[in-house]
Design a protein around this ligand. Structure first.
Ligand code: MEV
Length: 317
């Protein structure tokens, strides 16, 4: 008995952090995926290997997790919590292939969680209900991280361009053409939980200052949606730059991210901003007609690559 499923990573275009405080966000699934293969085995333990990260783990029947390898073993918990949530009996062998850089704000943990849940659903002979799957994946993220908006798991499940509305409604947007986007990421990884807590603290200390920033982010997302649908390149770039300034004001920027953001603009990007939680991690640059020079400039110092929209969300093979 064997099941295989894959799910895409994501980038947030607009609304990170604000989304934690009930504001809308725009994000898109990208053409880099996590692929999870699960086999039923006769042994009663659950073994997990992620060769791309040099991470291995064994979950014993009594619930203890033994991990090894040089990579970030924390990622294993998303898989073990997904298995616990689905109450799959007996031994399992889980193999993960990962094309998404870990800790770069590109939703690697959400993609692994979503693909694991989908593979387990198939293994249990059940129909894939995407809405239910997205809900379960969000529960797993909450169990592991303590706090998370449903954005990453919704995008990874449904694919495409996603507008997450404040009340939790997920809307897929039909955006004309491909967006010319570059992602660049620093070697330093931000801690999402700590960054979210930092913003919360600043909001508690300076509510009259921070609340209008969150309101402005909401308006940026609102106008960006229209710019995306209308293909208004300059407005989209301007709104990204404004969003970056607002994220800086919330305290999630770093000198390295700032340098990349401005290098991208100097090389001709119309817009560039932090994507995800900040504090390290990634930036995105929107560069119609200037992809090559922007990519070259960013690659001189950090890892950078083009990203494309993935219309497909989670898929079982
Ligand atoms: C992290 O990818 C995005 C944040 O808005 C946190 C969240 O939405 O859970 C910073």
């Amino acid at each position: 008995m064997r099941a295989v499923a894959s799910a895409p990573g994501k980038i947030i275009l607009f609304g990170e952090h604000a989304v934690v405080f009930g504001k809308p966000a725009l994000a898109m699934a990208v053409n880099r995926r996590a692929r999870v293969e699960i086999r039923k085995v006769s042994e009663d333990h659950i073994s997990i290997t992620i060769p791309d990260l040099d991470v291995e783990g064994v979950l014993q029947p009594h619930g203890g997790l033994e991990s090894s390898g040089t990579g970030k073993v924390g990622i294993l918990r998303y898989i073990t919590e997904a298995i616990k949530l689905r109450e799959v009996p007996g031994g399992l062998e889980v193999q993960v292939k990962l094309e998404i850089p870990i800790g770069a704000g590109m939703g690697s943990s959400a993609a692994i969680t979503v693909a694991t849940l989908a593979a387990l659903t198939q293994l249990q002979g059940q129909e894939l209900d995407k809405k239910a799957l997205a809900r379960q994946a969000h529960q797993v993220e909450l169990r592991v991280q303590g706090a998370a908006s449903p954005l990453d798991t919704a995008v990874s499940t449904h694919g495409g361009m996603v507008h997450l509305h404040p009340e939790g409604k997920v809307e897929n947007l039909e955006v004309p053409g491909q967006l010319p986007l570059v992602v660049a990421y620093t070697s330093y990884r931000g801690n999402t939980g700590e960054l979210v807590a930092g913003v919360r603290q600043r909001r508690e200390h300076y509510p009259e200052v921070v609340d209008p920033i969150l309101d402005a982010m909401e308006m940026v997302t609102h106008q960006a949606r229209q710019a995306l649908l209308d293909g208004e390149e300059r407005a989209l770039g301007d709104l990204m730059n404004i969003n970056h300034g607002l994220l800086d004001a919330l305290g999630v920027n770093t000198p390295e991210l700032s340098r990349m953001v401005y290098q991208a603009r100097l090389a001709g990007a119309l817009g560039s901003k932090i994507t995800g939680a900040g504090g390290g991690g990634s930036i995105i640059a929107y560069a119609p007609g200037r992809m090559e020079p922007v990519l070259e400039k960013l690659q001189q110092e950090e890892e950078a690559f083009r990203v494309g929209l993935s219309h497909s969300g989670v898929e079982v093979e």
